[in-house]
Write a protein that binds this ligand. Structure first.
Ligand SMILES: [Zn+2]
Length: 135
């Protein structure tokens, strides 16, 4: 990527780092508020942990679910990664809860890491990823 440039999260075109509006697709980015939709999107772009991204999911909600209910895969169900959620759930059920301690710790670590990453990194790693079980 060219120095001083970033990628538009909507269309993927290269735009200036300081751009608040994409000159290709017209999407409003961080720092400018125009409509209800853009306000929600801007908060996500500005890394507000509980702002919903374009898919309607928030990093903060996912992290809390991972920490509190990770052993039954609720954070994966929330993110739309149903297979991963079922795997976590089945591990817990079929080991009478013993495996749940293990996947629960995995969920706990995932949740803590999610709080430490940016919305963009979280979205790329968990939402946009084609992995069946994105760790
Ligand atoms: Zn764009």
């Amino acid at each position: 990527m060219t120095e001083g440039m970033k990628k538009c999260p909507y269309c993927g075109e290269e735009i200036k780092e300081e751009a608040i509006k994409c000159r290709y697709c017209g999407s409003v980015l961080c720092g400018q508020q125009t409509s209800e939709y853009n306000r929600a999107y801007n908060a996500f772009e500005c890394n507000d942990a509980f702002a919903e991204g374009p898919e309607g999911k928030s990093r903060g909600v996912t992290a809390l679910l991972a920490i509190l209910l990770g052993s039954i895969g609720v954070h994966y169900f929330y993110m739309g990664k149903t297979t991963a959620g079922i795997v976590f759930l089945l591990i817990t059920l079929f080991t009478c809860g013993f495996g749940g301690a293990v996947v629960g710790v995995i969920g706990l670590i995932q949740g803590i890491m999610m709080f430490g990453m940016t919305n963009q990194d979280w979205r790329a790693k968990y939402i946009l990823s084609s992995a069946t079980i994105p760790f």
